[in-house]
Design a protein around this ligand. Structure first.
Ligand SMILES: *[C@@H]1O[C@H](CO)[C@@H](O)[C@H](O)[C@H]1NC(C)=O
Ligand SMILES: *[C@@H]1O[C@H](CO)[C@@H](O)[C@H](O)[C@H]1NC(C)=O
Length: 441
């Protein structure tokens, strides 16, 4: 948010192989029993067997079928999983997501130098916080949820790029005060790569799986909402994305990778595309939706949608019209220019606007859901949307003016479930492949 913030093989248990006579018979019998016991343990296994999400052109794929996503953001999962007293909120959140038929949750895979920091100081990690992230990942799998994990924040919340810059200054390097030196300083690039490597090769203490081998992770996101206004040509950010995405792929070829962009068009864009930006200023962010996403090591695109922040003067009707233009422009880019899936990884309507009414938020959500569905049913690039943001009860200090607690508004819950169901039908066919979603679809 702007202001704040190939199938995994089950372990092969080789049955003993006999070589002659009765011995063979007994061994076969034993292995049969052994296999049965094995099957039992697998069917009641605490680690459900799941596959990696892949992509074919503009479509996410799972087990050879399209995978259109209805999901949400809860940035706070790792933080809340550290202390035993708040850990239950993570479970509660995953249950609530699953009960709405949601399949992907985007969350922070970082906390640099603030309270409950994962990276306490440069290259030093808090094992207790890492265990909390292990727990979040293992629990997500239990609930049939996949995670989109972001690796750093462009903004200050939970450390972000300015924390890396402070660390560099403490080390006596990168002595420019610009926070954008996160992108251009060679030493800071090395710090961040070291962070990437530590996360990707982390072995989960609960199940022994390295993060890079864990299909519970839907994808990696390089950075939340990158902007590098100090180089409006866009070359600095482009170069950084190239280097970092190649680095991720050199360690992990199994997971999809996205940048984490908001979706603005850069200063060299066509007149037509520039007119889709929310205003004149937005071409100066140093990012460019098309150019950045063309990089071959980037698998899919992300787009954020915040009409209240972008068009403060507009009324709801104008905002909704603008959002339609913004959304369809990016889906068109995915289809025609990029050949990659387009995922709306954050969208929210503020309750801080004059005359806010929940029906407005529902109408806004519905317009995003419809755009994704209309594209998906024609095999278009519109591939999913993640609500910003979900909380559970009693988390006011984690809220902003976009937060939603599932279960509080039946009409909103129904809207979300309906989207889950129609996307699930595209994914699995009308009978939903006998999935548990059937219970409410
Ligand atoms: C990938 O998509 C193309 C069409 O774009 C299709 O012909 C092909 O069968 C798809 N491959 C898989 C594995 O679904
Ligand atoms: C860098 O970021 C910090 C924290 O967000 C801020 O206080 C500082 O003013 C920024 N520095 C520059 C040069 O913009």
């Amino acid at each position: 948010m702007g202001l704040l913030s190939k199938r995994e093989q089950p372990p092969k248990k080789t049955a003993a192989e006999g070589n002659c006579g009765t011995y063979l018979g007994i061994v076969s019998l034993l292995s049969l029993i052994y296999l049965n016991i094995n099957n039992l343990t697998f069917s009641s296994s605490v680690e459900p067997k799941i596959s990696f999400v892949e992509r074919n052109g503009t479509t996410f794929m799972l087990d050879g079928r399209p995978f259109y996503v209805n999901g949400w953001n809860s940035y706070w999962l790792m933080d809340q999983a550290v202390d035993e007293k708040s850990r239950g909120r993570v479970t509660e959140m995953f249950k609530a997501g699953r009960d709405l038929g949601l399949t992907v949750c985007r969350t922070w895979g970082f906390n640099d130098g603030t309270y409950h920091a994962l990276q306490v100081s440069l290259g030093r990690f808090d094992e207790e916080v890492f265990k909390a992230l292990d727990r979040v990942i293992a629990e997500a799998r239990q609930h049939g949820i996949r995670l989109l994990l972001s690796l750093v924040n462009n903004l200050q919340a939970m450390g972000g790029k300015s924390q890396y810059v402070r660390w560099a200054i403490e080390e006596g390097i990168g002595l420019t005060s610009s926070n954008d030196s996160f992108f251009f300083d060679p030493s800071i690039r090395i710090y961040f790569k070291s962070y990437i490597k530590t996360i990707l090769t982390r072995k989960n203490h609960l199940n022994g799986i390295e993060y890079r081998d864990d299909p519970t992770i839907f994808a990696w996101e390089l950075i939340n909402e990158p902007q590098c206004t100090s180089d409006q040509s866009g070359d600095t950010l482009q170069d950084w994305i190239e280097e970092m995405s190649q680095f991720v792929k050199s360690i992990d070829k199994k997971h999809l990778l996205t940048i984490g962009l908001e979706g603005f068009y850069g200063s060299k864009s066509s007149k037509e595309k520039l007119s889709v930006n929310p205003g004149e200023w937005y071409k100066t962010t140093g990012s460019d939706f098309i150019r950045n996403n063309k990089i071959s090591t980037i698998d899919f695109t992300s787009v954020h949608i915040y009409p209240d922040q972008w068009l403060e003067e507009a009324d709801l009707q104008e905002k909704m019209e603008y959002v339609n233009k913004w959304v369809s422009s990016h889906i068109e880019d995915g289809d025609k220019e990029l050949g990659k899936p387009v995922m709306f990884t954050e969208f929210g309507l503020s309750n801080n606007i004059i005359d806010f009414d929940h029906s407005q938020r529902e109408a806004f959500y519905k317009s995003i859901f419809d755009a994704v569905y209309d594209s998906a049913k024609e095999n278009g690039a519109g591939s999913g949307a993640l609500i910003w943001q979900f909380l559970v009860r009693g988390m006011e200090e984690y809220n902003d003016d976009f937060g939603v607690v599932p279960g509080e508004r039946p009409s909103l819950d129904k809207l979300i479930k309906d989207q889950s169901c129609r996307l699930a039908k595209l994914n699995y066919g009308k009978d939903l492949g006998g999935r548990s979603l059937k219970n409410f679809c």
